[in-house]
Design a protein around this ligand. Sequence first.
Ligand code: GLN
Ligand code: ZN
Length: 501
Amino acid sequence: MQLPVSAISLDFTRGRNLELLKQHGFPADKRLGVGIVDARNVWQIRPEPALSLVNQIQSITANLSLQPSASLQFVPYDAARETHLPEALRHVLSFAEQKLREVVFLARTVAGEDTKVDQNSIQSAWKAFEQFSPANPTVQDKLKNLKMNDFQRSLSYAVRLPQQQSLPPFPTTTIGSFPQTSEVRQLRVKYKRGELTLAEYQIAIDAQIGECIRLQEEIGLDVLVHGEFERTDMVEYFGQQLSGFGFTEQGWVQSYGSRCVRPPIIYGDVARTAPMTVREFQVAQSLTPKPVKGMLTAPVTILNWSFPRTDISRQDQAFQIALALRAEITDLEAAGATIIQVDEPALREGLPLKPERWHEYLSWAVDAFRLATAIAQPQTQIHTHMCYCEFGDIIKDIERLDADVISIENSRSNNQTLREVTEAGYSHQIGNGVYDIHSPVVPTTEQIVQQLEVGVANLPSQQIWVNPDCGLKTRRWEEVIPALKNMVAATQKLREAKHVL
Ligand code: GLN
Ligand code: ZN
């Protein structure tokens, strides 16, 4: 309050600022910037709660300005540019342009201008949206009736382990995606434009899968993947097949640096309408006697990389997605999958800033993963993957995921992650990425051997998997093939050396 500034802006769309303001008051010589239009989500305001909030704040301090709750970099530019979204949805979306209009609308209303016409049009947009996207009672009932058992695999890790796929010591695998060449991208574009029929598109994708399987066999990997050629993006691909998700054409936001993403918008109850990944899995598995991993994106990553709804909790949204994935796991098992990977790279980035709020988030976030995967038969090996992250402080939560195998991005952390895992006494299997896929440099066999030696020095051999540290989709085949050959050669050396079980 003593800061030598004339105005202070606070976010009133999240957190406890109203409460704190009531408790402590506000200095009379300063102006309060009321962050009232949520700049981190894409939904239009509801005039009544927004206006009543301003009223409450006005009773504490009179010198106000109204504004978005944060910079507008987190939302796309203009919802009016979207031509493919259902009208009823588009009319309740608010991107940067709309947010600024909302600020003006609220300010005019607070200043006493008659804005009934605008208020009514916002309210009727919301009514039309509610009719367009009613609740899905089946999903909501399932959510209400969840039992403890739904979150718990039928057997403990130690008991189910001997029932799972038997593999050579230090099994080799990859994280899922293989190079997304311009040829692969062209296929998807042509299909989207209607230049390829679904049948033609699938034949072309299957040819990519076939070649990818052939190469993995030639390289000598133990656990194969289908390559993810049909996926533009690990979240969008699932969102497009689930009900309750909307996709923009122009809704780009900055991800990091110069990279931008178009997050899906979760607008309704999420449900699976048909199997999402089974066809491609079956194609791949039919081409090889080696196990192919079923490949799914986990609930919290789908949620954290989308714009969520604000009318139900994030936990409920994550659980709805988990229920959809759960059904997919059962279908993958029925199609013959013995190993299923459920990627959760965005788990940690959803952590609240304040450590005292971590527990609440992690408890439902980990539960969502468990809800998705606990349905797996004991014989089914559940993998997960996490990108670069500091693990040390959440290792207990990582353990609670109860995944049989976790692959982590480690090469850039200089084995810090590995040490943290070791110190915590992590007991499940772990693939501590042996080379950095973000670099075009092809690692030598010797470098990978060295990396594996660090692993062996830290963890019992039976716990160790060998894999690159993330998906290979941004690399070129010319880099991927020699790198994986060296990885397999390094593993062979290790198997022949003193460490063989
Ligand atoms: N399975 C995904 C892939 O290989 C995982 C990507 C990620 O971790 N971000 O691309
Ligand atoms: Zn990754």
